[in-house]
Write a protein that binds this ligand. Structure first.
Ligand code: GDP
Length: 461
């Protein structure tokens, strides 16, 4: 990917709307805009004030036919989203007119931007750290209040700042070690071995504390792999639909209606659930249904949370007991949902507390009990002592993996310094710790990883 040419794309979603915005970024942005935008005040856009909106007409370069009228605003580097010279042109939001304005911009010399290229430039020019760029991506995806709060938190740079603080503390230790290694006779080292060990222990504790937020960050942002299982007709699909808030699965009283695994993302309380509805576990000669049951067992294996649905209006059956055994053997975090309580509860069973983290009475028909379910999931996966809006929180597997590597390398350095190993050996471990920590906010990260991260963005962002 070239990083120095001038790029352009429509930054608003495809479709009909009141207005659409075309963004141009790069060294020639003003020159490109001057070729297609004629301000009503007669001044070239490149002569207007930074950040000031100007009304004018948009033309195809070297043609005299007006495509549209609209507003243009120029941002001078580095005071723009990308950190480069940027022009944003707002035109009317018809599909054809928007496409024509973009064509004019491209004909005037800009290249069509790739997915995430504007944000990537913002990262490359130092306008944002990698974790902030990732949080921006999460914000575009956010479909729950808590995800939005978390994304906003990341965009404000709380994780980047926390990682940076630890990085700087490790750099201070390393500098002191280098001084002692390079000038052993001059007593330049400011830190004794004890002080180094102490500083490293503090850094390790800080890294582990941040890494531990990932359980919460993941439950809110990436989602908890959750499987709904139970015998046929217990009400699994009804529970699935109730959590999703719409009828995604077919509900009938005919056993074996759900044959394949259905998957949807849902919000429950503060958590995001990667929800699977499964075929009922029952003995049958139906080949297709049996394949569905096999798949159910497979999904159960991958799940982090099992929602086991029982029909509370009738006594437990052998199939229910078989399911309880399967869950017990799986050692998964499981919640028993005693459904159909609107019919009265027959199954006031004392379900084994060792198998189920919680037993909840509910009715998929009336919605009763689902608030309790939401609170239970929150209490199992979300650490209530974490402030989602303000604490440094890990929201992705990439960030978590880097922190774990950093923690391991610091642990090694602590062991080495405490074992009185030579400082040049200790410094090697510390350098790896800093490299791993530097990956969190992208200061030490490979080109391929950066490309992978930004490819998930949409064009125009
Ligand atoms: P599944 O086979 O386990 O997915 O069960 P379904 O969700 O398809 O439900 C089986 C039958 O039970 C349907 O007729 C549902 O309308 C009914 N049902 C599900 N949940 C409830 C509930 O909470 N109360 C009552 N009264 N009926 C329910």
């Amino acid at each position: 990917m070239k990083l120095l040419d001038t790029i352009a794309a429509v930054s608003t979603p495809y479709g009909k709307g009141g207005v659409a915005m075309i963004r141009i970024s790069g060294a020639d942005a003003f020159c490109v805009a001057d070729k297609i935008f004629k301000a009503a005040n007669g001044k070239p856009l490149s002569d207007t004030e930074h950040g000031k909106m100007t009304y004018g007409e948009i033309f195809m370069p070297s043609e005299n036919i007006s495509i549209d009228d609209g507003m243009a605003v120029r941002f001078c580097a580095p005071r723009s989203f990308t950190g480069e010279d940027t022009v944003e042109i707002t035109c009317h939001g018809g599909i054809l007119v928007t496409r024509k304005v973009l064509s004019a911009v491209l004909a005037a010399g800009a290249r069509h931007a790739e997915a995430g290229e504007f944000t990537r430039r913002a990262y490359v020019s130092g306008k944002m750290k990698l974790t902030q760029a990732e949080a921006l991506g999460d914000m575009l995806e956010a479909d729950s209040e808590s995800r939005l709060l978390l994304a906003r938190n990341g965009m404000r740079g709380n994780l980047a700042k926390a990682a940076d603080k630890i990085y700087v503390s490790l750099r201070t230790v390393l500098a002191s070690m280098y001084a002692a290694i390079d000038f052993p006779d001059e007593d330049l080292a400011e830190m004794s071995r004890e002080e180094i060990s102490e500083a490293l222990c503090k850094a390790k504790a800080d890294i582990v504390k941040i890494a531990n937020t990932y359980r919460t960050g993941r439950a809110v942002n990436e989602g908890i792999a959750t499987v709904i299982c139970g015998r046929a007709n217990a009400g699994k699909s009804s529970v699935y639909n109730r959590i999703l808030g719409y009828d995604a699965a077919i509900v009938t009283d005919i056993e074996g209606t759900t044959r394949d695994v259905l998957r949807e993302k849902a919000t429950l309380g503060s958590a995001t659930l990667l929800l699977c509805d499964t075929a009922g576990l029952r003995k049958t000669d139906d080949v297709v249904e049996n394949i569905g049951i096999e798949r159910t067992l497979g999904v159960l294996n991958e799940a982090e949370l099992v929602l086991a649905v029982f029909d509370a209006s009738v006594p437990l059956t052998d199939e229910d007991r078989e399911l309880i055994d399967i869950i017990a053997n799986s050692k998964k975090t499981a919640i028993a949902l005693l459904n159909k309580t609107d019919r009265g509860a027959e199954t006031l069973v004392s379900l084994n507390k060792e198998v189920f983290a919680e037993v909840i009475h509910l009715s998929a028909l009336t919605g009763e009990g689902f608030d309790t379910l939401a609170k239970t999931v929150d209490s199992l996966f979300i650490d209530g002592s974490i402030d989602i809006s303000n604490d440094a929180i890990v929201t992705g597997a990439r960030q978590y993996a880097s922190l774990i590597c950093a923690a391991e390398a610091v642990t090694q350095s602590i062991e080495d310094i405490d074992a009185e190993l030579p400082l040049d050996l200790v410094s090697v471990g510390l350098e790896s710790a800093m490299a791993a920590l530097g990956e969190v906010d992208g200061r030490e990260i490979g080109e391929e990883v950066v490309s992978e991260i930004f490819s998930k963005f949409c064009v125009g962002k």
